[in-house]
Ligand binder design. Sequence first.
Ligand SMILES: [Zn+2]
Length: 185
Amino acid sequence: MIREIRFNDKSIEYTLQRKKVKNINIRIKPDMTVSVSANPRVSLKEVDMAVLNRVEFIIKALEKFKNNSKSELKPLYNREEISDIISDFYNKIYNSFKEYYNIPYPTLKIKTMRSRWGSCNYKNHIITLSTNLVYCSREQIYYVIVHEFSHLIVPNHSQDFYAIVERFVPDYKRIRRDMNRIILK
Ligand SMILES: [Zn+2]
């Protein structure tokens, strides 16, 4: 049986099967269907309520599957373009930072990094950027470089740190959120 519940402006469909389970089991399948098994003695209303109670979890899981099933990431730039973008931003950002902070020009390294967009060696003044930035928009690349430059001032992710990031990228929260959705393989 297929049922539908509404949550805010979303509607969620689920398949209900009556089984001898303890109470109610909710599963999200990779084909993005929600499958619920419920003991025959549990009323439809109770099943709907159980689904509704877990609606946030369900939406999150569905979104995750959606992202995973997205076609392979495609690079947005060729080698030359990405290195131009990076060096252009890097110099611009250095100049903006120099207006506020007395920092020497940091060494730039670009390399393959598995799970990070960049890193900053605060002590040795080295900023390392990931070759995976070819999958990022220009504004995202800009944010990553600002992020790493900000670590030259504050090495951790404290409020002071984000205050610096915000000075150069006021909209950094949205950009960071979008970047978290990019799944690298
Ligand atoms: Zn950081």
